[in-house]
Design a protein around this ligand. Structure first.
Ligand code: ARG
Length: 582
């Protein structure tokens, strides 16, 4: 249990000793630190239950608090608000505990199995800015969940099924009609066929084919036909598709690597669709399907809805299945293979209705138990200065690769020119760029849109990723320089800044809980900035390496070490790597 939780438990007992029962303690950091570091507002809430004057209740509680040496400066403000301050002894005590193991100061949750569906990459299409937030958010929630004690699996859920695939294959067929994949009489080994196509060709082929299909009905018809054959796994088409997926996946993986995004599962829509027959049987036997002009639909609207809830199109009139149905099949597949307690979907906020439909249909057909939590974790967009999704200079789609390069070009100007070895400089600049991009992405609440401002994001000063990296590296370097000095015990609390740092450290579990509750990283991002700024204030106020009071010096180093460890843990949750230097 975290120190804060233990403290709250003890306070509850103290209130009980004073003669009062509270369900949830009204205990919070105070914004008037001069009056007390914390406020205990329970007296106000107990008035109704005990029909007593709040001041009398507060007095009873204070009498008990005064017996406890952990608290000082206990006073009552206004009608019955109790202010308390934590004693220096107690602060030293908990800092020493935390310094042994920062993870001991986290309130682990009951173990449960969570699958996070994030990224949303589509085969043969370039990852673009729209994919940034899902990757950042999903990866961070995966890491946060693990720190908090969950078993988490990240699934890439590739878009590798449906018409886009038919279109790409059709366009390849037009370009290279003689490829053996299109030869019905081919009997050789498909794996030996050279595909004269690179990933960057693929990325051009899809938009081209998509445009053609909109202008040319016959072309579209051909694409439909190929899609149908592909879905029947007709040998040549199916083998070609596998090659395309392979090429594309390799490239997608490279971009995710640069973003520190790692998947446990690289499954796609096509893997889920394998379970369609079984899904269909379940939905048939649960009697939730309705015929509608040759299609099969599921009615989802309820009396309580105050927005239109259209039915889910389960099977289209031409026999093909919808995006909604691929997601239902995915739920079935996940249940069979992993039986998760929760599935979280980190997807663009504009897909909220889609998921509401999918979840309702899944519950209606008892595809998963009622206890299984299916959660849509929507996010806003990263916009340009014009308020529209961020684009390239000439108005085109900004690929994720180009975005990373763009930010790297900016950060390279700001890192130490002495890191001359070209490669090293490039690698570090990219790590700093990723920190800039990710941190700026996490600062606003996840559903809020924000504007891409490269100068602001890459700045070494202010609320930025580079500032956090720079400061954290400096902590490490101080600890290294002080290697020969004792760094074992925190003995003296010397200044207000140190008190503030101690309280901020104590408060970490609250921040982690909030982030997990809201599935947003903004609290962690804010916290990192607050803790780091406080530390930098301390750093400016003191000369650690030349301090003559050895006990004080030792205490400072222990404090530095705690802050350094918290920073690296939280940055790691955000998927940000701290370089050795910059
Ligand atoms: N590939 C989809 C798209 O580009 C996003 C996938 C989101 N995840 C899901 N399970 N539907 O819109």
């Amino acid at each position: 249990m975290s120190i804060l939780k233990e403290l709250e438990k003890d306070l509850k007992n103290i209130v009980k000793q004073a003669g009062y029962e509270v369900e949830k303690l009204a205990f919070s950091p105070s914004n008037r630190k001069d009056l007390g570091e914390y406020q205990l507002n329970d007296a106000m809430q107990l008035v109704k239950i005990y029909k007593k004057n709040p001041r009398d209740i507060a007095n009873d509680i204070v009498r008990e608090l005064e017996k406890d040496e952990r608290f000082t400066n206990i006073n009552i403000a206004g009608p019955g608000f109790i202010n308390i301050t934590l004693s220096d002894e107690y602060k030293k005590d908990f800092l020493n505990k935390i310094s042994k193991d920062i993870f001991s100061n986290i309130d682990k949750k009951n173990r449960k199995k969570v699958i996070i569906d994030f990224g949303g990459a589509n085969v043969s299409k370039a990852l673009h800015v729209g994919h940034l937030r899902s990757a950042n958010l999903g990866e961070a929630l995966k890491r946060l969940g693990r720190v908090m004690g969950y078993e988490v699996l990240g699934d890439a859920h590739l878009g590798d099924y449906g018409r886009p695939m038919g279109l790409v294959i059709l366009e390849i067929k037009k370009k290279y009609p003689n490829l053996a994949f299109f030869d019905e009489n081919y009997t050789g080994d498909y794996s030996e066929i050279e595909l004269p196509i690179t990933n960057s060709d693929l990325e051009k082929i899809y938009p081209l084919a998509s445009t053609k299909s909109k202008e040319d009905e016959k072309y579209l018809e051909e694409a439909r036909d190929i899609t149908a054959r592909l879905q029947k796994k007709e040998k040549g088409y199916y083998e070609l598709w596998k090659k395309i997926v392979e090429i594309s996946k390799k490239d997608i993986r490279e971009v995710y690597d640069r973003l520190n995004v790692e998947y446990d599962l690289w499954l796609g829509e096509s893997d889920a669709v394998e379970h369609f027959e079984e899904l269909n049987e379940i939905f048939e036997s649960e009697n939730v399907l309705k015929d509608s002009e040759g299609a099969k639909i599921i009615e989802l609207a309820t009396e309580e809805d105050n927005f239109p809830m259209p039915p889910l199109l389960f099977i289209k009139s031409n026999g093909s299945i919808s995006y909604e149905t691929t997601d239902l099949a995915t739920i079935l597949q996940r249940k069979k293979d992993y039986n998760p307690d929760e599935i979280w979907y980190c997807v663009d906020g504009r897909q909220e209705l889609h998921f509401e439909q999918v979840f309702r249909a899944a519950k209606k057909a008892n595809l998963v138990d009622d206890s299984v939590n299916l959660e849509f974790i929507g996010f806003g967009t990263m916009n340009g200065k014009d308020g529209k999704p961020f684009k390239t200079r000439d108005g085109g789609v900004m690929t994720l690769k180009n975005l990373i390069n763009l930010v790297t070009d900016e950060t390279i100007k700001r890192i130490d020119p002495a890191l001359v070895e070209k490669n090293e400089r490039k690698t570090i600049a990219e790590q700093v760029a990723i920190a800039a991009l990710k941190y700026a992405d996490f600062l606003p609440f996840r559903s809020t849109d924000y504007i891409f401002e490269i100068d602001k994001f890459a700045d070494l000063e202010g609320k930025t990723g580079p500032y956090l990296l720079y400061s954290t590296i400096r902590m490490k370097s101080l600890l290294n320089k002080a290697k020969s000095i004792k760094q074992e015990e925190f003995k003296i609390i010397n200044s207000q800044t140190e008190e503030d740092i101690a309280l901020t450290i104590l408060n970490l579990p609250t921040i982690l809980d909030k982030s997990l509750d809201t599935k947003s990283l903004n609290e962690i991002a804010e916290y990192l900035y607050n803790l780091t700024s406080l530390y930098n204030k301390f750093y400016a106020e003191n000369k650690v390496l030349t301090e003559e009071n050895k006990d004080l010096q030792e205490s400072w180093l222990v404090l530095t070490n705690i802050v350094y460890n918290i920073n690296t843990m939280l940055l790691d949750i955000l998927g940000i790597t701290v370089p050795n230097k910059m």
